[in-house]
Write a new protein. Structure first.
Length: 167
C-alpha cells in the first residue's frame, strides 16, 4: 500500500512514527528514512535509532535554502540509495518522512519517486510518504491519503519550538 501524510498541520512525522510502531507491533520489518532532517534534531530520531538500528537514517542537511541545493540533493540521493538497499533486503514497510518536501524543492526527482513507488508496489511492500503539498499524481496513486490541517499553532502567537513537542 501507498500511504500519504500531507497538509500544513503539525503531525505528519508523528503519524509516520505511529505507522512504523504499528507495523513493528505486527511483526513487520520497517525502515524509516528522513529527508531534510539531520540526525540530531528531534526526539523521535533517538527512539527510532534504538528500535530500528541501521534501518533508520536521517540523512538531511537541515533547513533548506536555495543556495544549499547541491548539498541537499546529494543527501537526498544518499537516502534514496539507502532505501533501495533496504528494499533489496526485504523490508515490509519503508517510511520516507519529508519525501514530499524534498520532491517539491527538486531535491528528489519525480521519476525517482515514481520508480520507488512502482518498485514497492511490484514487491508487495508498504510505502509511507510525508510532507506538505502532495502532488495530484501521488494522491491518485495512493491507497490512503491523510491531509493534516492546522487549526491553531503556538507559532502564530509568537511562540517558540519546544523540546518534546516540535522536536
Amino acid at each position: 500500500m501507498l500511504l500519504i501524510y500531507t497538509g500544513n498541520g503539525k503531525g505528519k512525522t508523528s503519524a509516520c512514527v505511529g505507522q512504523a510502531i504499528r507495523a513493528l507491533g505486527q511483526g513487520l520489518t520497517v525502515a524509516f528514512g528522513q529527508f531534510m532532517k539531520r540526525g540530531d534534531q528531534a526526539g523521535e530520531q533517538e527512539m527510532l535509532a534504538k528500535l530500528l538500528g541501521e534501518r533508520f537514517l536521517a540523512s538531511g542537511a537541515g533547513f533548506y535554502r536555495d543556495t544549499d541545493f547541491d548539498t541537499h540533493r546529494e543527501k537526498a540521493t544518499q537516502l534514496l540509495c539507502w532505501a533501495g538497499e533496504l528494499l533489496d533486503r526485504g523490508v515490509d514497510m519503508l517510511v520516507l518522512d519529508e519525501a514530499l518536501y524534498a520532491l517539491n524543492h527538486g531535491l528528489l526527482m519525480e521519476e525517482e519517486l515514481r520508480e520507488l513507488i512502482t518498485r514497492c508496489k511490484d514487491q508487495g511492500r508498504h510505502l509511507v510518504l510525508s510532507g506538505r503539498g502532495a502532488p495530484s499524481w501521488i494522491v491518485e496513486l495512493a491507497d490512503i491519503v491523510s491531509d493534516i490541517t492546522e487549526v491553531k499553532h503556538v507559532y502564530a502567537q509568537g511562540g517558540k519550538a519546544r523540546r518534546g513537542i516540535e522536536f
